[in-house]
Design a protein. Structure first.
Length: 399
């Protein structure tokens, strides 16, 4: 099958900010391929077209990209579902069924990513299991969520006809650990960040816009407990007590529906420690602003204790920025140049890593300047070609 005959229905994970990033980066990476290797791509989305507006300019011509709005269920479907008809709920009410039918209307040969019930309905399904956080950190999920994920993952992993992508070797190992030998055909796809041309802009104007002064560190995580803000804040407190005050910028949503008191409790700690003026929480900001703040930072922090494949680390790689991250196995697997690591949940070790960053900053800047600009482009081509290779294997039923 030629690349032109490969028609990919790319499902937008709109309810998951990280999933939107993955969607963007995969589409943009495919657009970088030489013309003879590029597929057709149809983006299936349900809600917020504006979140995908930038893709129209960056990939439309390159990959024959076209967005397709997926209609919500009609009144009859809703009526049946609301009256408890389980078959109707599954067949007509579920988002997965609507997406499956949209993929068929798009005449797709491959549908990615498939997460659950639609895997038997869509053309050319390739499933994606980013991680097994629900097994590693079950306290973050409801009993219903735990059962639902186990059912979905078991159905995918135990189906010999299914093709499953893992984001990391760590996730593939967890699949075997929790579900036994994998009957499904499976592969590894390490995601990468595709930078926009304006990411090379001078960040000074945006840094000033947010009232910041260099040097500062930045963390770009939603305020969920496993993302490690508490450890990082305590490290900033320890450094301040040792006469090494540092400013920290935090981007990302501040609400956690599972733990609504978490963010207020962190703010209270900052006040108790007297360092609230050193931690700048800017919330959800435009992507360009976030990138400029990352670019202007002395280093990018990733204190998370669980990740599938950290977009923050891949953003740092694309920007040529240093990352200071926990020693979570996926962070080590991502293997960024010049990265510094600290023990998960250990504020003192986090403070040590931050001090080491500033002690070795001249060496890091010389190393950063020596990195070839072409190296990341080649990485992006490898990412796109790996995905296309998986698509061809899925279509040909190769192992």
């Amino acid at each position: 099958m030629s690349s032109l005959a490969m028609r990919i229905a790319l499902i937008a994970a709109e309810e998951w900010a990280g999933g939107v990033m993955y969607t963007h980066n995969l589409a943009k990476a495919l657009a970088l391929l030489p013309a003879a290797e590029r597929p057709q791509v149809t983006l299936l989305y349900e809600r917020d077209a504006k979140r995908f507006e930038s893709l129209k300019n960056s990939v439309s011509a390159a990959v024959a990209y076209r967005p397709m709005f997926v209609q919500r269920r009609n009144r009859i479907e809703a009526l049946l579902a609301n009256h408890g008809w389980r078959l109707s709920q599954w067949l007509l009410g579920e988002r997965s069924f609507r997406l499956a039918m949209a993929a068929r209307r798009a005449n797709a040969t491959i549908t990615f990513p498939v997460f659950g019930a639609s895997h038997r309905l869509v053309p050319g399904p390739i499933a994606w299991i980013p991680d097994f956080q629900h097994r590693g950190m079950p306290h973050l999920f409801t009993p219903g969520e735990l059962r639902g994920r186990d059912r979905r993952f078991a159905a995918l992993l135990r189906d010999p006809a299914q093709y499953v992508i893992f984001s990391s070797e760590h996730a593939r190992g967890d699949a075997k650990r929790y579900f036994g030998e994998i009957a499904a055909r499976h592969d590894l796809l390490r995601f990468a960040t595709v930078p926009e041309p304006n990411w090379a802009d001078d960040p000074t104007q945006i840094v000033t816009k947010y009232g910041l002064h260099e040097p500062y560190l930045i963390v770009c995580n939603q305020f969920w407990a496993h993302k490690g803000h508490a450890t990082l804040f305590e490290a900033i407190h320890q450094l301040a007590q040792a006469g090494q005050p540092l400013h920290l910028v935090c981007t990302g949503p501040t609400q956690d529906y599972r733990n609504p008191t978490y963010f207020p409790s962190l703010q209270a700690k900052l006040r108790d420690w007297g360092i609230e003026q050193m931690v700048h929480t800017v919330g959800m900001i435009p992507r360009y602003d976030q990138i400029m703040l990352m670019r202007g930072a002395s280093a990018i922090m990733q204190p998370s204790v669980f990740e599938g494949w950290s977009t923050v680390l891949e953003d740092a790689r694309a920007l040529g920025q240093r990352i200071i991250a926990t020693d979570f196995p996926v962070h080590l697997e991502q293997n960024l140049p010049g990265a510094l690591y600290f023990r998960m949940g250990d504020a003192a070790d986090c403070a040590r890593a931050i001090r080491h960053h500033f002690d070795t900053l001249p060496d890091w800047q010389r190393h950063r300047a020596a990195i070839s600009p072409d190296a990341h482009h080649q990485r992006l081509l490898t990412f796109a070609r790996n995905f296309m290779s998986i698509c061809y294997k899925a279509m040909s039923r190769e192992p």
